[in-house]
Ligand binder design. Structure first.
Ligand SMILES: *Cc1c(COP(=O)(O)O)cnc(C)c1O
Length: 394
């Protein structure tokens, strides 16, 4: 049976060119970068090179890039680190209702420890309101953390404008750009970003590696204490092979960004249009066009539940997600779908299909071919659907 992978927002494969660069650092070039001999200098230089690749991808200075153990760690560090370093100035943080749990749960943790957090609403397409942001900032606000692009519905926020507001009001601006880096243009200087999180495994690099960009001169407390690695800001012997892989992955991703965006958004729109045309009572969650991540499709099918669609798709070899991979396994509907105003039952009937560099037109057409039958079969077993049909509304 063929396998069609459409869950690139959950994780990507490692590109062969990336793996190839990583390999020597497991077996031959394994020296501890903090030591003083040849194979150590080699690994130290490899880390410097990777830091340069990441810095180039973000348009920042090499000394503003710090490697972490992934996207979640970068988010935790940015938020907890700013909160504790600037607590004297204020205890107020602003974020949104549609953040990744790495941001949301960090904010909830801080609320239990004396911080006040404002969770901004979003509109039906997932965008925040800039006026609402302006009005939420007080003289106690120290940090605004707003994601660059949403992992479930693909909404890309007006990052540059948000950054400008924060700069004017002298509040730090952190953005979780885990889904954005490598998929849309990201420029920390142009976009007025103070802190930015990214992760390797969403851009064809390895898992368990990420980075936090911290603008020069910003005071932030450490999250991980110990040795003097990462210029004494993030302790722990460097994950050299993964650092090398992340650097290469970012380089590859940013080299051909235009081409990647163009081909992926064409596939995305083909999939969206195909599904909406073939399946009655189906709707798109999130915006259309260039304010949506190039590889993100999220559709809602009325009268049924997303989990049963996933099971049937799995049976046909299609790997998809009902919302966010982190929430699968729980019966609560996605907080993002609730935040865009969907009632529980509609949020439950949603399906996320995310495309990437390995996706083809054949993959897209295969899903458009199998999905209508699956939806029909599930609806025929759904009491919601039979009530609807009986009422003669169909
Ligand atoms: C995947 C993801 C994270 C978490 O990154 P990990 O490397 O898995 O810890 C954070 N934010 C967003 C938006 C993500 O998509």
């Amino acid at each position: 049976m063929r396998t069609v992978y459409m869950d690139y927002a959950a994780t990507t494969y490692v590109k062969p060119e990336v793996l190839e660069e990583m390999m020597p650092y497991f077996t031959q070039k394994f020296g501890n970068p903090s030591s003083f001999y040849g194979i150590s200098r080699e690994t130290k230089m490899a880390i410097d090179k990777a830091r340069g690749q990441v810095a180039k991808g973000l348009n920042c200075d090499v000394n503003e890039v710090y490697f972490t153990g992934g996207g979640s760690e970068a988010d935790n560090w940015a938020i907890k680190g700013i909160a504790s370093a600037h607590r004297k100035k204020g205890n107020h943080i602003i974020t949104t209702k549609i953040e990744h749990h790495a941001v949301l749960h960090t904010c909830e943790y801080l609320e239990k420890n004396g911080f006040d957090v404002t969770y901004l609403d979003v509109n039906e397409e997932g965008f925040i309101d800039l006026e609402e942001l302006k009005n939420a900032i007080t003289d106690k606000t120290i940090l605004v953390s707003i994601m660059f692009a949403n992992n479930e519905i693909g909404t890309i926020q007006p990052i540059k404008e948000i950054g400008q507001i924060c700069r004017e009001r002298k509040v730090f601006f952190h953005t979780d750009a885990v889904q954005a880096v490598g998929n849309v243009p990201v420029d920390v200087k142009e976009m007025n970003i103070d802190l930015l999180s990214l992760a390797g495994h969403k851009v064809y690099g390895p898992k368990g590696i990420g980075a936090l960009y911290i603008r020069k001169g910003i005071k932030i407390d450490n999250l991980i204490h110990g040795g003097g690695q990462e210029r004494a800001r993030r302790a722990g012997t460097e994950n050299i092979a993964s650092v090398v892989g992340l650097g290469k992955a970012i380089e590859l991703a940013t080299n051909d960004l235009e081409g990647h965006m163009e081909s992926l958004s064409a596939l995305r729109d083909r999939l969206i249009d195909g599904i909406l045309e073939k399946v009655p009572y189906s709707y798109l969650n999130g915006p259309r066009g260039d304010k949506r991540l190039p590889g993100n499709v999220n559709v809602r099918f009325e009268f049924i539940e997303g989990e049963s669609i996933l099971l049937s798709l799995d049976f046909e070899g299609v790997c998809a997600s009902s919302g966010s991979a982190c929430t699968s396994g729980s019966l609560d509907p996605s907080h993002v779908l609730l935040a865009i105003g969907l009632p529980h039952e509609k949020a439950h009937g949603s399906l996320r299909l995310t495309l990437g560099d390995g996706s083809t037109e054949e993959d897209v057409d295969y899903v458009i071919e199998v999905l209508p039958g699956i939806i029909e079969r599930i609806r025929n077993m759904s009491p919601l659907w039979s009530d609807f049909v009986k009422k003669g509304e169909k």
